[in-house]
Design a protein around this ligand. Structure first.
Ligand code: NAP
Length: 252
């Protein structure tokens, strides 16, 4: 087990059956938090994530919920309270990216992306906020994207960029609305190697590496380390901020 900055805390990490969310769930558990591993479809992966955390000495449970559906979110939050009795940390990580250009996309692509990436974060945050306020404190971390921050040179997926720009605004609005009890921050990752990036053209990969000062892909662990920091009391005076974890990509 690593440093126990999060002992006694309870975390929900949406979309933590795979990729960045999985690394965040493992890291929070490693630092002492009991973790809800949320997934939408891949039950076997979520069960494996829980088994790995338990094997490492942590506490975790897998809960299925589509974050874009308010009724699913309400059930997930109630089940979390039934299992662990409180909620200290919410990581809004569940997300999708549809790799079509603007003119190839249709209304359903727009709706689905905005519903999962943006409305999902809104629904989950609204559902946990009263619990956190009643407890006297808590923290929300939105996994946004640096594509929502600046002209997206290689990220031409319009509705995805819009969803992440919206998430950045949501972060600041919620930090104001939920202070002083609840801190709300976002992480804007750059290029992280996960399933989500499988469909991206290799030429785009190369171009992005050339734009990245540290000249490598990020890892899910790079994002997880920042999430653990923002979740901990080391970030006690930080709220409403966007932390870019992108190896120096997009400075210009
Ligand atoms: P990923 O490997 O594709 O994993 C996506 C996760 O989200 C899975 O656990 C999936 O569950 C879950 N999910 C999808 N739709 C959901 C829904 N409606 N309700 C609940 N869970 C849902 O993605 P990733 O690359 O780790 O990305 C995680 C987050 O980081 C996303 O918000 C993404 O936009 C953001 N991000 C990624 C990068 C990158 O380069 N990879 C860069 C910047 C930001 P199932 O396993 O059940 O399908």
């Amino acid at each position: 087990m690593g440093e126990q900055r999060l002992s006694g805390r309870v975390a929900i990490v949406t979309g933590s059956s795979r990729g960045i969310g999985l690394a965040v769930a493992r890291r929070l558990a490693d630092e002492g938090a009991a973790v809800v591993v949320n997934y939408v479809a891949r039950e076997a992966e979520a069960d494996a994530a829980v088994a790995g955390i338990v094997l490492a000495g942590g506490r975790a449970v897998a809960l299925q919920a589509d974050v874009s559906r308010g009724s699913d979110v309400a059930t997930m939050v109630q089940s979390t309270l039934d299992h662990f009795g409180r909620i200290d940390i919410l990581v809004n990580n569940a997300g999708i990216m549809i790799t079509k250009s603007l003119m190839e996309t249709d209304e359903d692509d727009w709706d689905r992306t905005i519903d999962v990436n943006l409305k999902g974060a809104y629904l989950c945050s609204k559902a946990v906020a009263p619990v956190m306020v009643a407890q006297g404190g808590g923290t929300i971390i939105n996994i946004s994207s640096n594509s929502g921050l600046y002209h997206p040179s290689a990220m031409r997926f319009t509705e995805y960029v819009v969803s992440k720009a919206g998430m950045n605004g949501l972060t600041k609005a919620m930090a104001l609305a939920l202070g002083p009890q609840v801190r709300v921050n976002a992480i804007c990752p750059g290029w992280i190697r996960t399933d989500m990036m499988e469909d991206i053209d290799p030429e785009v990969h190369q171009r992005i590496l050339e734009e990245t000062a540290l000249a490598r892909w990020g890892t899910p662990g790079d994002v997880a380390a920042s999430a653990a920091f923002l979740a901990s009391d080391d970030a006690a005076f930080i709220t409403g901020e966007l932390l870019i974890v992108a190896g120096g990509r997009g400075m210009h």
